[in-house]
Design a protein around this ligand. Structure first.
Ligand SMILES: Cc1cc2nc3c(=O)[nH]c(=O)nc-3n(C[C@H](O)[C@H](O)[C@H](O)COP(=O)(O)OP(=O)(O)OC[C@H]3O[C@@H](n4cnc5c(N)ncnc54)[C@H](O)[C@@H]3O)c2cc1C
Length: 428
């Protein structure tokens, strides 16, 4: 039975409004109100400490025990078996309360990773991992990008070699969000070098504390170290750790990326921006520019962008909900919109903040946020596929434009590498 089928059957058990009331009562009794509001356009990428993660795990356990973790996950794996609309209702009710914050690793664990596992793993695998994910015991991260393979993800060179029932994985990965705190990684490796690049790939579940795994945090321009690079030196996993099918990893990749590009948020679409860009109004007040026409223009533009993005998000969510398998080309629109609008919004905040956003007294974290947000503003234009790659996808799959020319798509990958080596030695 597919996840959609399970959900449809149990969806009838409670309508969204009754569920909302149940959620509201539980939230009021069990969660603490937030001291700061959630502000639109804020792009946090702060590294979490082990203490932050321990707190988040305890809170996640409370949600799980209360029946509010994995609201749209199947009941047999510890979820509630309800729809994405129920999930959205819970998120709306919980907005003013402290909920588990695992940083970047949390978003991918409960979104792209959990959904990919549900879509591609057998029941025994799901029984082993999903209840532990929903209860906060297992935090996951993604090992897919490599120093020489980002946009061209099918060109990865990490290898997994079969040895009886074991697989030996060697290679290096980079840009893994939150890997330094994760318990497990979803790792993409090449298992057949004699076929074209998209056809020889397999995903594995890999414990981050396995022998042969070295994880190093990367220092970012904003002072954080949220991303990691990994070195995999003959790491052993087994057949039980395979996600999807051997050499058919590209299908899993597509599922993962479509959720990472926003399909998973179809139930939790951003809150309607009823009031005028509250974070920017607060900033204008703080720097004494509420009457300044330039600041007012910037706030109005941000508000218009927020509204456009909110309604686009809803239209995309409706389209995605209408199909059993979320369409990557539809998800690309939402991803592209946030990749384009987030940097604009971050720049508008700098305009409102003026000189005060450029220099502030040491230790004044709140004052430094505008500049930090500006630096983080590019995140969504790169993560999970750059703006250019979303445009390529929309051009080819929606508009029917000719495919991008490619010299290596149909060639066995080992031949591609040989040709590249040959070309390098000729040029060198
Ligand atoms: C916030 C964040 C979180 C991330 N988290 C993870 C993670 O958890 N795990 C993980 O494995 N990776 C992660 N990544 C890595 C991310 O997936 C890659 O950065 C992304 O896929 C781009 O790859 P690249 O950085 O190698 O850029 P490149 O692929 O080298 O691209 C460089 C430039 O060339 C352009 N370009 C490349 N190919 C084309 C083309 N065919 N047509 C047009 N333009 C093209 C790109 O748009 C870009 O502007 C994360 C990245 C960010 C920013």
């Amino acid at each position: 039975m597919t996840t959609e089928q399970t959900n449809t059957q149990t969806n009838t058990q409670i309508d969204v409004e009754s569920f909302r009331l149940e959620a509201r009562a539980w939230i009021e009794a069990n969660l603490e109100p937030r001291t700061h509001g959630v502000l639109a356009g804020r792009v946090d990428s702060e590294a979490k400490s082990p203490e932050d993660i321990a707190r988040a795990r305890a809170l996640q356990r409370r949600l799980y025990d209360g029946g509010f973790a994995g609201i749209s996950y199947p009941v047999e794996y510890g979820g509630r078996g309800l729809s994405s609309l129920h999930e959205r209702a819970f998120n709306e009710e919980a907005l003013g309360y402290v909920t588990p914050d695992f940083g970047a690793a949390g978003g991918v664990t409960f979104g792209a990773i959990g959904r990919s596992l549900l879509a591609h793993c057998p029941p025994a695998f799901l029984q082993r991992h999903i209840p532990r994910i929903l209860s906060g015991e297992e935090l996951w991260c993604q090992f897919y990008s490599e120093p020489e393979a980002g946009s061209d993800l099918a060109g990865i060179r990490t290898r997994a070699v079969r040895d009886g029932e074991r697989w030996i994985i060697s290679g290096s990965k980079i840009w893994s969000s939150g890997a330094y705190l994760a318990d497990w990684a979803m790792c993409l490796a090449r298992t057949d070098w004699t076929v074209p690049k998209h056809r020889g790939l397999t995903w594995f579940a890999l414990p981050t504390d396995a022998k042969g795994v070295t994880i190093r945090q990367i220092q970012q321009i904003n002072g954080n170290a949220e991303f990691c690079e990994e070195f995999l030196d003959e790491v052993e996993v087994t057949d039980d750790d395979i996600i999807g099918e051997v050499n058919k990893g590209w299908a899993v990749t597509q599922t993962m990326l479509v959720y990472e590009r926003g399909a998973g948020e179809m139930g939790a679409a951003t809150v309607e921006p009823r009031s005028l860009a509250p974070d920017l109004v607060e900033l204008a007040r703080r720097v004494g520019r509420t009457a300044d026409p330039a600041a007012r223009q910037a706030i109005a533009r941000a508000h218009i962008n927020d509204y456009a993005q909110y309604h686009l998000g809803h239209r995309i969510a409706d389209r995605l909900r209408a199909s059993a398998t979320p369409d990557p080309a539809v998800a690309a629109y939402g991803k592209l919109a946030s990749g384009v609008l987030a940097p604009i919004r971050a720049r508008l905040a700098m305009e409102v903040g003026g000189p005060a956003a450029l220099a502030w007294a040491g230790g004044d974290e709140e004052a430094g946020r505008t500049a930090l947000n500006y630096l983080n503003g590019r995140v969504t234009s790169i993560a999970a596929g750059t703006n250019e790659m979303q445009r390529n996808g929309i051009g080819e799959r929606v508009l029917g434009l000719p495919r991008e020319p490619s010299f290596d798509t149909n060639k066995p990958f080992n031949e591609v590498l040989n040709s590249a080596r040959h070309f390098d030695s000729k040029v060198g």
